[in-house]
Design a protein around this ligand. Structure first.
Ligand SMILES: C[S@@+](CC[C@H](N)C(=O)[O-])C[C@H]1O[C@@H](n2cnc3c(N)ncnc32)[C@H](O)[C@@H]1O
Length: 378
């Protein structure tokens, strides 16, 4: 399987997925044919023709045919997805209800449905119904008990939907919600053909894919997209230090997508590595003594400078004629009714004649641990 990483396969997704190892994929993003059922020319009110989705790849003869196709590719995704992986499927009103029902029929567990609110939707030219200004993404796992990746704190960092720019600059962060606002893909991001027209009728905005990949996979994970198109998912994966495996049946899209991927540079950083969500490295007292951050016998003080206890080699504290763990003794020394307090919030040591909280010393030790080489390279 390793040799297939960071690859674009030009072919049918059912055939290509049949050749993949079972349970080998961490994250799937699928933007399947919507079966838009447009007919005739779409004309703007002023008479110009709107270039809608009428591609050959979006044609199905009847609902049963579309359902069979959907069931087949979703089953293939289910086979290759790891038990704790997750899948996102995007669709419009024409298809998302069919897709969602089949996902549930196949046993997928829906984690969230997300509304992508388009800040610049295509208008309903003749005012015959509401402007179609959103699409839906279904985020699901293989089962209810899947331990899927959710980089919760990274999502908070990325949430600019419900925090104003001013508040965000002041450090305000809020939980990410299920309504995401992005413009549709346009301008220089939109790939063009030789005639200067849009190359692909449904190229998705990179910002949307960056968000999906950042919050629901880990650095170095393998991301699969069975309907690659212009390879937006692969580009997001590469930027964020994930591996990608893209499948697309159209050679022209593949060529353009491969070139796009070649021009993409990874952007390593706290979002890519989800450092906001990392658990701090373990820092037992004995390890910090061994590493020279604390010394056996050194006095431990309260914040007011009263010397209370001395540090033992096993990380306990000696006080008068007893030995205590630092959390129990913290409660006694503070006269608290609680049986223990967090010793790292209570105890201080002296460094260069100054009282320093022991949590600061621990943080310096953790910084040293974090600098050690990271084995999780993509
Ligand atoms: C909605 S578009 C995906 C667009 C893509 N997300 C992007 O940002 O460019 C669906 C794509 O799936 C491809 N496709 C349709 N059926 C396919 C199949 N059976 N196997 C592989 N690709 C297929 C189409 O050629 C089309 O490019």
């Amino acid at each position: 399987m390793g040799e297939a990483w960071d690859t674009v396969i030009n072919g049918d997704c059912l055939e290509a997925m049949a050749g993949l190892e079972p349970e080998s994929i961490d994250l799937i993003f699928a933007d399947p044919p919507y079966w838009m059922r447009t007919s005739g020319e779409l004309q703007r009110v002023e008479g110009t023709i709107f270039d809608g989705v009428d591609d050959a790849w979006d044609q199905f003869s009847e609902l049963g045919h579309y359902e069979d196709f959907t069931r087949a590719w979703l089953s293939a995704c289910r086979r290759v997805l790891k038990p704790n992986g997750s899948i996102w499927v995007i669709g419009g009103m024409q298809c998302i209800h069919t897709i969602g029902a089949i996902m549930q029929e196949l046993g997928f567990w829906i984690v969230n449905d997300v509304v992508w609110r388009k800040s610049n939707p295509t208008p309903n030219f003749h005012g015959t119904r509401l402007t179609n200004s959103h699409e839906t993404l279904i985020w699901a796992t293989k089962s209810k008990s899947s331990k899927y990746t959710f980089n919760y704190k990274t999502a908070r960092e990325l949430n600019t939907d419900t925090v104003s720019q001013g508040d965000y600059a002041k450090g305000v962060r809020k939980q990410m919600g299920s309504i995401w606002t992005f413009p549709v893909c346009s301008g220089t991001e939109r790939l063009k053909n030789a005639a200067g027209k849009k190359l692909h009728s449904t190229q998705k905005p990179l910002a949307l894919l960056l968000r999906v990949v950042a919050i629901s996979s880990r650095y170095g994970d393998l991301v699969l997209d069975p309907f690659g198109g212009t390879m937006t998912t692969g580009v997001a994966a590469k930027i964020l230090g994930r591996h990608y495996l893209m499948i697309e049946q159209d050679e022209q899209y593949c060529d353009a997508g491969v070139a796009r991927l070649a021009m993409t540079m990874p952007e390593d950083g706290p979002i890519a590595r989800a450092t906001f969500d990392e658990r701090p490295p373990r820092a037992p007292m004995t390890a910090m003594i061994d590493a020279g951050y604390f010394t056996v016998g050194e006095p431990f003080y309260l914040q007011d400078g009263r010397e209370i206890a001395a540090l033992d080699a096993d990380g306990k504290l000696t006080f008068e004629d007893g030995r205590w763990d630092m959390h129990t003794l913290a409660a006694k020394a503070r006269g608290s009714k609680a049986s223990h307090l967090n010793g790292f919030d209570v105890w201080h040591v002296k460094r260069d004649g100054e009282l320093v909280p022991i949590s600061d010393v621990r943080e310096r030790y953790r910084e040293e641990l974090r600098k050690r080489p990271d084995e999780r390279q993509p």
